[in-house]
Design a protein around this ligand. Structure first.
Ligand code: F6P
Length: 533
């Protein structure tokens, strides 16, 4: 399956992206895609027409189309957990049925969403809790997928937020709860305990701490629980009318579309939340229907495969030129790395190639004044994924937005073109530098260029657009996972550390380290316990 693509490696290594533009006047149009208000430009990569065709053939050979159908209709493609993968059902706003295992799964999704909307509206209009203070603040306690999705989305959609202010506690470090709760009034704070399993150590510890801050059992009337394990929510003491369940066919990192997104619904209101779902569903339709060569998530995935498998780039940077997408890179780190950071294929055989790159990033323009040095001149090539809105939400600060977009475009241009030594010398000479100093300085001012990037342009960051973007990345992960032949929907790699941490908690209470602990861990423990005495 990979032979054709592997055969392109050598040619790709010597290819100059700028030369591709010289050879093809319409490259910018041919290697970009416009759909539903989005423009995805991948012309500043070393993918040429042959490479594009080979990549598409790779996706076909991997069976992406058949597996895509299997996912949407609810086949149990999460084979190691024997589960369907149906987060798309959470944003399915159609009237039709979606029958899985002989049962239509959509009525329950709709009913839960309606219950969420009812409570969210009551909180927002002040009729909840009724006999107490009006809710002004919401604290979402959760971690991983039960935190990053709503946190990222609440921050992204701040201009649409007209409800209570949302805060997030995730870290088991007591600093997180302490700093988040400082200044909040328990009587006007709604607490959401969000945990798919309702067994996560960090979340339950934080939930107990916040319950005690809120006033103990009497405060449970202002607690909401979100989980697949609704029985455990009852054990915690949260009344059934404020428990929102979801099925185990929603993976944690894919769960922002349902009850886990309750804080987003509280912040924006049910209508705008639905607009977020509409954006996600529109991307689902596009992903399902569009031919591969015009399919945004498929192309995004193939660019990722190209960079990692053909060009050998081990990381990719997500660089939103949108301050409110500050947590998108962290969200994508979980989405992509927990999904595709795998070492074995579906059948358990060891993969013969590395699946899933390291994903990282920060909003531009801040990154420019920090790590872009390495991106421009470091020896490691980092494919950059820029994204920017054509418009911002601050019309009074149009100057800022123009500068923001200019910076975004300038970076991809600089990465593409670079600067030769001759150009560097000419620039220095124009400033009056000459002789040995000129020889010395010019080399430091060379930019090799030929560094790949993609740019996603969206109209402006609305709930609908955010829905499109998040669903686009979800499907990219799916396509890459299918091509690598892995299960993108389990996460066994997080288990070992959790088990060992459970064993080390008693050790931190001085009860002795678990048998078989390494000499290093024993020494570290000893040192820490000694310092704490
Ligand atoms: O440990 C990883 C993980 O299981 C993630 O997959 C998940 O999003 C997170 O922990 C939180 O899990 P839960 O929602 O069950 O508390």
């Amino acid at each position: 399956m990979w032979i054709e693509l592997d055969g392109l490696r050598e040619a790709a290594a010597s290819r100059q992206i700028a030369a591709l533009f010289d050879a093809d006047e319409s490259r910018a149009q041919e290697f970009s895609l416009k759909t539903d208000g989005l423009l995805f430009d991948y012309s500043k990569t070393s993918i040429d027409a042959d490479a594009k065709e080979a990549l598409i053939r790779l996706a076909e050979a991997a069976g992406v189309a058949a597996k895509r159908t299997a996912m949407f209709v609810g086949e149990k493609i999460n084979v190691t957990e024997d589960r369907s993968v149906l987060h798309t059902a959470l944003r399915n706003l159609d009237d039709e049925a979606l029958v899985v295992d002989g049962q239509d799964v959509l009525p329950e999704v709709r009913e839960t969403r309606a219950r969420m909307a009812k409570l969210a509206s009551a909180v927002r209009d002040g009729s909840f809790p009724g006999n107490g203070k009006r809710i002004t603040d919401v604290v979402n306690i959760g971690i991983g997928g039960s935190d990053l999705g709503p946190l990222m989305a609440v921050m992204a959609l701040e201009p649409y937020a007209d409800g209570p202010k949302c805060h997030f506690i995730s870290n088991v470090d007591g600093a997180d709860a302490t700093d988040t709760l400082a200044g909040l009034d328990p009587e006007s704070t709604l607490v959401i305990v969000a945990s798919k399993t309702f067994t996560t150590q960090e979340t339950l510890m934080n939930a107990r701490t916040v319950l005690s801050w809120a006033g103990g059992q009497d405060a449970l009337g202002r607690f909401v629980a979100i989980s697949s394990a609704v029985d455990k929510c009852a054990e915690f003491g949260i009344s059934a009318e404020r428990v929102f369940g979801f099925e185990d066919w929603v993976g944690g990192r894919y769960s922002v579309w349902g009850p886990i997104g309750f804080s987003l619904m509280l912040a924006l209101g049910p209508k705008a939340f639905e607009s977020f779902l509409e954006g996600g569903q529109a991307m689902d339709r596009h992903f399902y229907d569009a031919p591969f060569e015009k399919n945004l998530p498929v192309l995004l995935a193939l660019v990722g495969i190209w960079h990692q498998q053909v060009c050998g780039h081990a990381t990719r940077a997500v660089l939103p030129y949108e301050q409110r997408l500050a947590r998108l890179p962290a969200y994508l780190q979980q989405l992509e790395m927990e999904s595709n950071g795998k070492g074995v294929a579906l059948d358990g055989a060891r993969l013969d190639r590395v699946a899933g790159p390291v994903v990282w990033g920060e909003p531009g323009t801040n990154g420019q004044h920090a790590f872009y040095q390495l991106i421009h001149q470091g020896q490691q090539v980092v494919p950059c994924e820029f994204m920017v809105g054509a418009e911002g939400h601050e019309p009074a600060l149009g100057e800022h937005h123009r500068a923001l977009v200019a910076n975004c475009l300038a970076q991809s241009e600089a990465l593409l073109k670079g600067r030769t030594e001759a150009e560097a010398r000419a620039q220095l000479e124009a400033k009056g530098v000459s002789g040995a100093k000129l020889d010395q300085l010019a080399k430091h001012r060379v930019f090799e260029g030929n560094r790949p990037s993609t740019t996603l342009v969206y109209p402006s960051l609305t709930p609908y657009v955010l829905g499109q973007i998040v669903a686009m990345y979800e499907h990219r992960v799916f396509v890459e996972g299918v091509i690598y032949g892995i299960n993108s929907y389990d996460q066994w790699g997080v288990e070992l550390g959790k088990e060992l941490a459970n064993g080390l908690v008693p050790a931190m209470e001085g009860k002795g380290a678990p048998a078989g602990s390494s000499a290093s861990t024993l020494a570290l423990l000893d040192h820490i316990l000694g310092m704490r005495e």
